[in-house]
Ligand binder design. Structure first.
Ligand code: ANZ
Length: 847
């Protein structure tokens, strides 16, 4: 008659499934009049390793909120799906020679099973997978829209080519000339690639960040990625030629301090600038550096290198010649690929000028004090050594210089973005085929909507062909050769789209996932968009979130969506770390193989000393926590509760099985509150009583309803749970528990521990699901309470403070203190030797 989650949980999951309790009606009419709430998780890549305790962290948070909102009467859309194209499945296919689709299907089944075990309230009728043809058909359709708008084009671009993988890699995937995952060498190559003109949207992507309820850090990362820079283009005549060398500068005010110019090694004017005497040296230098990636070239810490070209540029104001150098710290891909160098005020130029003994001419006098010695000065000040700019502030001088340049026809103001067009093709198999064919004369023909989907053809191998073509080139003539309506022969494009493509718009397909005539129904789009809350990891702060915002804006311009932005509110959950145990030789031990003895960690067999560390979970460190094992032992409700109780959702925090035990015990207490464990009947203390009995418990109930609701809405799940714990302790200590109180509490608990809540709800005589019950209201006048601030100490030093009820008992105080993030941090993983509690004043933990 004890609490047995393994018996309760599958039963209620089946009941929810059977009643389609969380299905969101497709009939929009039926939803009219209700406020809507679209709550979205970043869908997972279904890896072979299965779910990880990091996944359910965000999923539990959204589930708690989704359930709360439903009980509050919102029309809630809460879907789940799979970002199922990608390299790992393709790699597995290469090893096992099984089709990536089969591998992916198996992984998806496992993920779905694991997710379902947690009792999440997804509308499974809306499940999607980006790798299924009825989904990617529409990804291809959107690509055609981009093409129609002139936003997709083929270009010869320098790419990071990995010969071992036979594919192009993104800059972020390459470090020190090697693929970060495998260490395979990567080289720079010019290749014809599909590009998307995200740069056209740079300004809007920047501006529209302002209206979003997103973490400031994420917005800042997007701003930096877009990298808007306001400055000017200035033209220098190349001495002895008619050519103009145009530079981009963010500091036109410093023009009189320019003592040399630099062109990128790939600059088209270089061959004309370079003198006969310098040619051999320049050629050698260029050959050497163009293999490096942009990232390696702009590394600030790297020693600057360059060579003199023998050519000179004429200063646009004074007409004086200044030397032109070629150096790899100037990139062809930014601005104009050439700069005027002002060593007195730019750090990189300063370092370079000192190394090559080029003059340094200061033109900005700092507001206070002298010019710094041995360094560039990049601060504000007044102009000196600058002719008609002398005496002006930096800002005034910039304005005046830009006006002068425009008047003289020697330059103009210019806005520059760091954002580059998006390299959109991959030489891989397991991705969306690009819906394009090439005529024999080389012209490009986009397919039409009726040709879609272009399905992935079977191939004998997933490797590139021997002559370096993408794997789709193996497909054979039946797939590759196409006859166009005009009878002309053409060949299919063999590149595929990058993994980001499918996730750029999946939130729209959920609105109408089975539509065969359109990617979504416009009415559903108008009703549900934008996404009200999007929860996921901060690792997607830039790429996914920028790419999907870009596609969304294109769709907006096509009149296909009604909002400018897809995700109104974004929340990043913190990473879950784990304890690992390692001995002196670097060997790792599974947590079950070690124990604590006299304050030190040792192996159980042999007593070898080990050090415990908090690290990212990884197979090699033997510290990965598998949700299946946690559920087997404690149940889904305990797992959900622990995920939310570990600490603030946004914080990085370590997984601790002792913490799971703690919430498991709490769930036991809830069970015993309602159930007599001797006979399984309703506990005798639960009584039908008038509203006047147990007045203190009533008050606490109202406070609990208020706090849990507010904290949940503010995504402060851990403090909401603390409040429920306080309530359950009090209720356990009162003589009787009025039935109404218990039932109200169950409705509060229901979004956190839904299985247990359903079970007890039924045992109290209810015949409909608690999932369909309404959220309880509270009476504000009953919520007022005397509160005190209690100081929390570790070894006598104050580490935190909490505001609690004056009447809170010793045990509760101790529990709260021992679950405080800050306290745990200062306890450093050590157990408490002694806990001193002075109610209403302080808790001191001795470790
Ligand atoms: C003269 C100058 C003087 C500069 C000064 C800076 C400080 P942001 O702000 O990031 O846009 N630059 C321009 N094009 C470049 C390229 N292709 N590769 C490397 N560096 C380049 O940076 C703009 C500044 O970076 C430009 O302004 C230029 O140096 C350099 F006191 O021009 B500046």
């Amino acid at each position: 008659m004890h609490y047995k989650p393994a018996e309760i949980e599958p039963k209620w999951q089946a009941a929810w499934d059977k009643e389609k309790a969380f299905k969101t009606s497709e009939n929009l009419e039926a939803l009219q009049g209700k406020p809507k709430y679209y709550i979205l998780d970043m869908f997972p890549y279904p890896s072979g390793a299965g779910l990880h305790v990091g996944h359910p962290e965000g999923y539990t948070a959204t589930d708690v909120l989704a359930r709360l909102k439903r009980m509050q009467g919102f029309a809630v859309l809460h879907p789940m799906g799979w970002d199922s194209f990608g390299l790992p499945a393709e790699r597995a296919a290469m090893r096992s020679n099984e089709h990536p689709a089969a591998i992916t299907r198996r992984n998806v089944d496992n993920f779905r099973r694991q997710i379902k075990r947690l009792g999440f309230s997804y509308d499974w009728d809306r499940e999607i997978a980006t790798s299924s043809p009825d989904y990617y058909r529409w990804t291809q359709w959107i690509f055609l829209k981009l093409y129609e708008k002139g936003l997709a084009y083929l270009a010869e671009v320098p790419v990071n080519w990995c010969p071992a993988l036979g594919t192009v890699l993104a800059n972020e995937e390459v470090k020190d000339g090697k693929y970060v995952e495998t260490g395979d060498p990567v080289e720079r190559r010019l290749m014809k690639q599909w590009m998307l003109k995200i740069t056209v949207y740079a300004e809007r992507l920047l501006e529209d960040l302002e209206g979003l309820d997103w973490p400031e850090g994420v917005k800042e990362m997007q701003r930096n990625w877009i990298g808007k820079s306001i400055g000017a283009e200035i033209s220098f005549l190349v001495d002895g030629t008619k050519e103009k060398l145009t530079v981009f500068t963010s500091r036109p005010d410093t023009l009189f301090g320019a003592t040399y110019c630099v062109v990128a090694p790939e600059h088209p004017l270089l061959t004309q600038i370079v003198s006969a005497a310098c040619r051999a040296g320049v050629d050698r230098y260029v050959k050497e550096v163009t293999q490096k990636t942009d990232l390696a070239r702009t590394d600030l810490a790297k020693e600057k290198t360059g060579v003199f070209t023998g050519g000179h540029a004429l200063h646009p104001v004074t007409g004086k010649p200044i030397p032109i150098w070629v150096a790899d710290y100037v990139l062809m891909s930014y601005g104009t690929g050439a700069i005027m160098a002002v060593p007195a005020h730019d750090e990189r130029d300063y370092e370079f000028a000192v190394k090559y003994q080029i003059p340094v001419v200061p033109v900005i006098q700092p507001k206070e004090g002298p010019m710094p010695e041995g360094a560039a000065f990049s601060g504000d000040g007044r102009l000196v050594n600058s002719d008609f700019l002398n005496g002006l502030s930096v800002e005034e001088a910039q304005k005046k210089m830009v006006e002068w340049l425009a008047r003289e026809g020697k330059g103009q103001g210019r806005v520059q973005y760091r954002l580059r067009d998006w390299l959109f093709s991959r030489q891989r198999y397991w991705g969306e085929p690009i819906p394009i064919v090439h005529r024999e004369d080389g012209t490009i023909v986009p397919l039409t909507a009726s040709d879609l989907p272009v399905e992935l053809p079977p191939v004998d191998k997933y490797q590139p062909t021997e002559d370096g073509k993408p794997p789709l080139a193996r497909a054979g003539a039946a797939w590759l050769d196409v006859t166009l309506p005009d009878g002309a022969k053409a060949q299919r494009e063999t590149n595929t789209m990058p993994q980001w493509a499918g996730s750029c718009w999946y939130y729209l397909r959920y609105l109408d996932p089975k539509n065969e005539n359109a990617p979504w129904n416009p009415k559903a789009e108008k009703f549900w968009m934008p996404v009200d809350l999007y929860v996921g990891g901060v690792e997607h702060a830039v790429l996914h979130l920028l790419y999907s915002r870009f596609w969304h804006k294109v769709l907006y311009d096509c009149g296909l969506v009604s909002t400018k932005e897809p995700f109104r509110r974004l929340f990043n959950q913190g990473m879950i770390l784990a304890y690992s145990y390692r001995d002196h030789d670097g060997k790792y031990y599974h947590p079950s193989e070690v124990e604590e003895k006299e304050g030190e960690w040792v192996t159980k067999s042999g007593g070898r000393k080990v050090v415990s560390q908090i690290e990212k979970m990884s197979k090699s460190k033997l510290n990965v926590v598998n949700p299946d094992e946690v559920i087997d032992e404690y149940g889904a409700d305990a797992m959900r509760l622990y995920e939310m109780f570990m600490g603030p959702l946004e914080q990085t925090k370590p997984w601790q099985m002792a913490g799971v035990e703690g919430v498991y015990r709490f769930l036991h207490r809830v069970w015993r509150l309602a159930v007599d464990e001797r006979n399984g009947e309703l506990a005798g203390r639960v009584v039908d009583a008038p509203g006047t009995s147990e007045p203190e418990l009533w008050k606490l109930l109202h406070r609990t309803v208020k706090k849990v609701r507010e904290d949940t809405e503010n995504m402060q799940f851990n403090t909401a749970i603390s409040q429920m714990m306080i309530f359950v302790n009090e209720a356990t200590n009162t003589k009787t528990v009025p039935r109404e109180i218990l039932k109200t509490f169950l409705r509060v608990l229901a979004s956190y521990a839904p299985h247990l809540a359903e079970e007890l709800w039924q045992r109290m005589g209810e015949t409909t699901l608690i999932a369909f019950a309404s959220y309880p209201s509270f009476d504000l006048s009953l919520c007022v309470q005397d509160e005190v601030t209690v100081v929390l100490q570790v070894n006598g030093k104050k580490r935190d403070e909490i505001v609690v009820s004056k009447t809170l008992g010793k045990d509760e105080l101790e529990k709260i203190a021992l679950s405080s993030e800050k306290m745990l941090k200062f306890m450093d993983g050590k157990p408490a030797k002694k806990v001193i509690v002075v109610p209403g004043r302080l808790v001191n933990v001795v470790v």
